[in-house]
Design a protein around this ligand. Structure first.
Ligand code: TXA
Ligand code: MG
Length: 322
């Protein structure tokens, strides 16, 4: 099977209703979507991604109005966050309603819910009588896809259709927030920052796991890695090997040939950098370097935290030290 790529929302709806797994665009990264109530389709998502069964999926819903159908005992601050940031790159982990299968949550009593901010996917969700269980549409452990082409290159043989919504506008996965004794806890950094969350709901904890997390084992270090080893260094470190790539935030490495480098944002804009990050890593990964170097963003605050988080997870060192 070779996936067809297109913009036919009706076709996407038909295939999903028929139990197929297809790729859908979101503002963060592309998702590998299935009818959340169809256990065979959900099992196929795990199979196609080669994702371990203990790593739960995010359920994508059409709008805030649907939250009570799928989650219960919702803390008021969760509702406030949903009102402030949905549709958008925020995932809320909440106690699940019985209607959500344990196959989707990997046996957990909680479900991760998100309303994606992408017009095609919102229109698809609004015409479907079921929500979409969808992890990022990459093989487990690799970098998430931010274009239809990225999906096609890796999963084109495994799915019938890729709904092409253009390049992802945010470029990194959603911020994940759960609640422990009604206190918000950030489990994964994203473009929505801890500061933004605190502004809405006050006291917020951060528990971003840098190693295996029994609550959500998917948030492993090696979750976002290219095949070529990525090392974190800085612009002052001498690099003599000519066969290396460099992923630069805004300033290229002075010793590495410009054609071996990708600059994420010449103006140093973190949003532009996030948008370009995964395509840049993929490009460098395909250039047959003996390794890739990068440096962390110096000002590790706001949105830069999420970019540095992804760089650390993608790097070889953190992978071996997990
Ligand atoms: O931006 C995104 O969130 C993208 C797009 C497609 O929506 N999705 C995405 O899904 O990044 P995925 O499967 O690659 O990452 C979802 C993360 C996993 O690390 C998983 O462990 C965590 O969400 N997760 C899912 N359900 C959970 C739950 N009930 N409790 C804690 N963590 C959960
Ligand atoms: Mg993923």
């Amino acid at each position: 099977m070779k996936a067809e790529t297109g913009q036919d929302i009706d076709k996407a709806a038909y295939l999903l209703s028929d139990g197929e797994v297809i790729a859908i665009p979101t503002e963060t990264v592309y998702g590998l979507a299935a009818n959340c109530f169809n256990l065979k389709a959900v099992a196929n998502v795990f199979k196609i991604k080669k994702r371990p069964n203990f790593d739960p999926l995010i359920v994508h819903i059409a709008g805030l109005q649907a939250i009570d159908r799928f989650a219960k005992n919702i803390p008021s601050n969760a509702r406030q966050l949903a009102e402030s940031f949905w549709p958008g790159p925020l995932t809320l982990v909440l106690p699940k309603q019985d209607i959500i299968p344990f196959d989707v949550t990997s046996g957990l009593d909680t479900v991760a819910l998100r309303v994606p901010k992408h017009s095609m996917t919102l229109s698809l969700l609004s015409q479907l009588p079921f929500p979409l269980a969808a992890p990022s549409a990459n093989p487990f452990g690799y970098i998430s896809p931010t274009s239809a082409e990225h999906v096609f290159n890796q999963l084109g043989n495994d799915i019938p259709y890729i709904l092409d919504g253009g390049p992802a506008q945010i470029g990194i996965e959603s911020t994940i927030v759960g609640f422990e004794n009604e206190i918000p806890v950030i489990y994964r950094y994203g473009i929505i920052t801890p500061e933004q969350i605190k502004k809405v709901v006050g006291n917020t904890l951060i528990r971003v796991h840098t190693s295996s997390n029994p609550q959500a084992p998917g948030m492993l270090h090696s979750h976002y890695a290219p095949r070529t080893h990525l090392f974190i260094t800085d612009l002052n470190t001498e690099i003599t090997n000519p066969n290396v790539g460099f992923l630069a935030f805004s300033i290229p490495h002075p010793q590495i040939h410009p054609t071996n480098q990708v600059v994420l944002s010449e103006s140093g804009n973190v949003f532009e950098a996030a948008r370009n990050l995964y395509a840049a890593l993929r490009k460098l990964d395909n250039m047959n370097f003996s390794c890739i170097y990068t440096s962390l963003l110096e000002d590790e605050s706001g949105e830069a935290t999420a970019i540095n988080d992804r760089l650390k997870r993608a790097s070889f060192q953190s992978d071996t030290h997990k």
